[in-house]
Design a protein around this ligand. Structure first.
Ligand SMILES: [Zn+2]
Length: 325
């Protein structure tokens, strides 16, 4: 198989494209998810988008669909258990519903795990068999590949890297826990800290950037880039918490590479520099000394490449486990 249809199902946008095994991405289409219209409307929208791309590309029914979605989902049953920020998405048999409509084989996976596979097949981790991948968006997700196998656990719900707690007395998290990595470095957490900084009157730069609207994670990064001390301290604190969480994963899995993706990773060195300083503080020296940290090479196409990677590997492998060739 050298071609798949890839779908990136996000809370804001739906994207679809044809992806070839050599990494060529073609016939890209995008539309708003429109989650407020409910589950059925979103599924119809995904169906239409895939059919449009398939028609553009002139491909037949034998070409399968790979799709990544946010939130806890069971890859083996194709059921989305819950999707944060999507109204009504509880226990939705997404794979079955799409297969009925599309008449194609559908492979469903979590977006964070997909991103890890995408980087290994097409991005910054080509050839890597021991990888920790972190997606730093509004929420924080990720994936672990160990000995060439994607680690997903008994129901396929792992690995929720963003919800590893680094301080049980820390800030509340969206998952119900406390002190999770996401509660420091997730986009919503950076916005929360930026908002507090503005309210304290200690950052005119941030106030200027936000104007009358709410402070966003992008504002915090921009203010830090302009040299604002308060904004830099927020990123330092976020990177330190991320380092503590990643140190745990480094100690457990002994990876060769850590890749950071997602919108917040656009902070680049503002995040990487403190992360590289703090990681050796928390991880065991002999394990962390050869670990490299890199930024994602897939950018906005991470979801599409992740969906494609999962579909390719599912068709190439045997059983439910996702293994690299
Ligand atoms: Zn959490």
């Amino acid at each position: 198989m050298d071609t798949v249809l890839a779908v990136d199902f996000g809370a804001t946008n739906l994207r679809a494209a044809v992806v070839r095994r050599d990494g060529t991405l073609l016939y890209h289409r995008q539309t708003a998810t429109g989650a407020r219209d409910g589950v059925v409307a979103v599924i119809e929208r995904i169906t239409r988008l895939v059919e449009q791309v398939a028609t553009d590309a002139g491909i037949d029914r034998s070409v399968p669909v790979g799709i990544v979605a946010p939130g806890p989902l069971e890859p083996a049953t194709g059921v989305v258990l819950f999707a944060p920020n999507l109204v009504g998405w509880q226990h939705v048999p997404l794979r079955k519903l799409l297969e009925e409509r599309l008449g194609r084989r559908v492979v469903l996976g979590n977006d964070g795990n997909g991103a890890a596979l995408g980087e290994v097949l097409f991005g910054a981790a080509k050839g890597c068999r021991h990888l920790v991948h972190v997606m730093l968006g509004t929420g924080v997700g990720g994936g672990v590949i160990s000995h060439g196998q994607l680690i997903e656990g008994v129901r396929g719900l792992g690995t929720e890297i963003g919800h590893v707690s680094v301080d049980p007395t820390g800030p509340r998290c969206t998952c119900g826990g406390a002190g999770c990595v996401e509660a420091y470095v997730g986009g919503w957490a950076l916005a929360r800290d930026g908002e507090a900084l503005v309210r304290s009157g200690r950052s005119e730069r941030l106030l200027e950037l936000a104007g009358d609207g709410p402070v966003t994670a992008a504002h915090v990064v921009e203010a830090a880039r302009a040299g604002d001390a308060g904004a830099r301290a927020i990123l330092e604190n976020a990177a330190r918490a991320l380092a503590a969480g990643l140190a745990g994963l480094v100690n457990v899995f002994n990876p060769e590479l850590i890749v950071l993706g997602g919108g917040v990773a656009r902070a680049g060195e503002l995040l990487l520099d403190p992360l590289r300083r703090w990681l050796p503080v928390y991880a065991i020296h002999y394990i962390v000394e050869h670990v490299e940290v890199r930024l994602s090479a897939l950018g906005d196409d991470t979801g599409l490449y992740g969906a494609a990677a999962r579909a390719f590997l599912a068709s190439e492998g045997s059983g439910a486990d996702i293994r690299l060739p």
